[in-house]
Design a protein around this ligand. Structure first.
Ligand SMILES: Cc1ncc(COP(=O)(O)O)c(C=O)c1O
Length: 379
C-alpha cells in the first residue's frame, strides 16, 4: 500500500507558522479556550471534575447525544465521535473498501477523500466540477458514472474548494442513484452549517441506510485544534470502524469530549457571529474580485468559507503563492493541491481586518508579478 503525499498538508507545514495572514484555511476564525469558557460558562470546578480516564470507543454518551440531537434526529446510536473527521474518513475507507472496488469521487476534491481509496487499490471514477459550469454538480454525469459495480460514492457539499452544493432535490436524486447501485454514500458535511442560499441539509440516514455522514468542529465552529469530528452511520457500520480503531486511536480524551459537548449544546453562540462575519467577508471578497477581473475570476460559493479562484497570466501558481508567502506574508493554497494549476484556494473565514489587509497585499503582488513577468518577456 502506497499513500501519496497530501500536497495541501505539505504546503501548510511549510508556510502556516511563518506567515502573518492566513487565507489558506477552510474554516472560520478560530476561538480561544478563554472565549469558550466565557461563552459556555465553564468554571474551574467543572474542569477540575474531569477525570482523565480511558473514554468509550464510540465516544462519551453526553457527546454522542449532543451530536445525535443536533444532526441525527436524536439517534445517538448512529454516532461515532472521532479525532477530527479525518479519522472517520480513514476508518471508513479502510473498513469498507477493498482493492479493485470502484469509488466515485469529486474532482477537484480535498485529497483525503480520494487518495486513501486510491492507496487501498480502488479504481477511482471522477465526477467533475467545472469552472465553466460555475462548478455546478451535474447529476446526469453522476448517473453515468455510478453503476452496479460502484462500491462507494464520496461527496463533500458544500464543497471544498469550490463552495458548490446540492439542492435538497438534487440530494434526493443522488440518494436514489446511489441506492439503485446499492453503494455506500459518504457525505462529508464539514461545511454543512455555513450556507449562503440553501438550507442546511440534514443527516441522510433517515433516507438511506447505507449513507455515512461526516461532520467536524474544525470548520463552521472555529475549533480545528480541538480535533473533534464524527460520523453518522448504521450501528453495524460503526461496529466495523471500531475494529480498526482498536488498533489506532482507541478513543478521544475526556477533556476534549467535555469541551466538544458544550460547544455542540451551545452551537448557536459559536455559529451566529462567524456566519455573520463570513457573509460580510464574502461581500468584501466579491467586490475585490470585481475590481481585479484582469487577474482573477471566481464563482460565488453556496456554502463554506473558501473559493477556488481562477488566475489569469500566472504560469506557475506554486511560485506565485510562494512569493506571496515570502514577500507579503500571506498564505494561499495553490490549485495544484487540488490538481488544478491555474487556480488558488482562498479562505475568507478570517477576521475582516485580516481579510482586508491580505487582499490589499494580494493586489500589490498581482501588479508586481505582472510587471516582473512583462519585463522578463521584454528582456
Ligand atoms: C472537506 C474536508 N473534510 C475533512 C477535513 C478534515 O477536517 P478535520 O479532520 O479537522 O475534522 C477537511 C480539512 O481541511 C476538509 O476540508
Amino acid at each position: 500500500m502506497e499513500v501519496v503525499p497530501a500536497h495541501l498538508e505539505y504546503w501548510m507545514r511549510a508556510y502556516y507558522f511563518s506567515t502573518e495572514i492566513d487565507l489558506s484555511s477552510s474554516g472560520v476564525e478560530n476561538f480561544s479556550f478563554g472565549e469558550l469558557r466565557q461563552l459556555f460558562n465553564i468554571t474551574p470546578d467543572d474542569l477540575d471534575r474531569i477525570v482523565l480516564h480511558d473514554s468509550r470507543t464510540l465516544g462519551d454518551p453526553k457527546l454522542r447525544m449532543a451530536i445525535g440531537n443536533r444532526w441525527a434526529s436524536g439517534n445517538a446510536e448512529r454516532v461515532m465521535a472521532t479525532n477530527g473527521s479525518s479519522e472517520a474518513n480513514y476508518l471508513i475507507m479502510h473498513s469498507l473498501l477493498e482493492p479493485g472496488d470502484e469509488v466515485v469521487v469529486l474532482d477537484p476534491s480535498y485529497q483525503q477523500l480520494y487518495s486513501i481509496a486510491k492507496s487501498i487499490g480502488c479504481k477511482l471514477k471522477h465526477w467533475q466540477l467545472r469552472f465553466e459550469n460555475s462548478f455546478r454538480p451535474d447529476l446526469s454525469e453522476a448517473r453515468h458514472l455510478i453503476g452496479p459495480q460502484t462500491r462507494m460514492i464520496v461527496v463533500n457539499f458544500p464543497h471544498n474548494p469550490t463552495g458548490a452544493s446540492l439542492t435538497p432535490a438534487e440530494r434526493d436524486e443522488l440518494i436514489e442513484i446511489t441506492a439503485s447501485a446499492g453503494a455506500y454514500l459518504v457525505w462529508d458535511a464539514a461545511f454543512a452549517e455555513i450556507t449562503y442560499d440553501g438550507a442546511v441539509l440534514p443527516d441522510l440516514g433517515e433516507r438511506y441506510d447505507r449513507s455515512i455522514t461526516l461532520g467536524t468542529l474544525s470548520k463552521a465552529y472555529g475549533l480545528p485544534g480541538l480535533r473533534v469530528g464524527w460520523c453518522l452511520a448504521a450501528p453495524d457500520v460503526l461496529e466495523r470502524l471500531v475494529r480498526l480503531r482498536d488498533y489506532t486511536t482507541l478513543h478521544l480524551s475526556p477533556l476534549v469530549e467535555y469541551v466538544a459537548a458544550r460547544a455542540i449544546e451551545n452551537a448557536d453562540l459559536l455559529l451566529k457571529p462567524r456566519l455573520a462575519q463570513a457573509r460580510h467577508n464574502l461581500q468584501i471578497l466579491l467586490s475585490w474580485v470585481n475590481r481585479h477581473s484582469e487577474f482573477v475570476r471566481m464563482v460565488r460559493p453556496q456554502g463554506g468559507v473558501c473559493v477556488f479562484m481562477r488566475l489569469h497570466n500566472v504560469d506557475d501558481v506554486e511560485d506565485f503563492c510562494r512569493q506571496l508567502a515570502r514577500e507579503y506574508s500571506v498564505l494561499l493554497i495553490p490549485g495544484t493541491s487540488f490538481g488544478h494549476s491555474n487556480h488558488v484556494r482562498l479562505g475568507f473565514g478570517c477576521s475582516t481586518t485580516e481579510l482586508t489587509e491580505a487582499l490589499s497585499r494580494l493586489s500589490e503582488h498581482f501588479h508586481t508579478y505582472r510587471n516582473s513577468n512583462t519585463s522578463a518577456v521584454a528582456v
